[in-house]
Design a protein. Structure first.
Length: 134
């Protein structure tokens, strides 16, 4: 999993560039964007809490996303909060353009390790529904 996170971080500039370019378009090219982000945890024994950011956009200076779930291990953010992205905290990202999914490094790793039942459960849900997993 750590190697997948490292790949996501190494390739984050591609994602950021695509999001910035999309902000300049009259009709956005990105059909979907999603980011997995590591928030510092406030619970003893838990270093970070990985949560999803959606509604990702470029505000002219920063990549910004909206926290898509309620945290379990921190009270510093809550579901619906806008988050200015720190690239060092990005643990994965997905952008879908022309029906093709880019990124998703940790999701591909997870898919390889899913049981048949888990694959059936998640195959039709984001981000797996966007990915070429065969």
């Amino acid at each position: 999993m750590q190697k997948a996170i490292e790949l996501a971080q190494q390739n984050y500039p591609k994602f950021a560039s695509a999001v910035k370019k999309d902000a300049q378009r009259i009709v956005p090219a990105a059909e979907a964007t999603l980011m997995k982000y590591a928030f510092p945890a406030q619970k003893r024994g838990v270093e970070v809490e990985h949560m999803f950011l959606g509604d990702i956009y470029f505000d002219g200076e920063n990549i910004v996303g909206t926290l898509a779930s309620e945290p379990m291990y921190t009270r510093k953010v809550k579901e619906g909060d806008e988050v200015i992205v720190n690239p060092e905290r990005v643990t994965d990202w997905v952008i879908v353009i022309d029906g093709k999914c880019h990124g998703g490094y940790t999701f591909k790793f997870m898919w390889k390790n899913f049981s048949k039942e888990e694959r059936r459960m998640y195959a039709e849900h984001p981000p797996f529904e966007w990915m070429d997993l065969d």
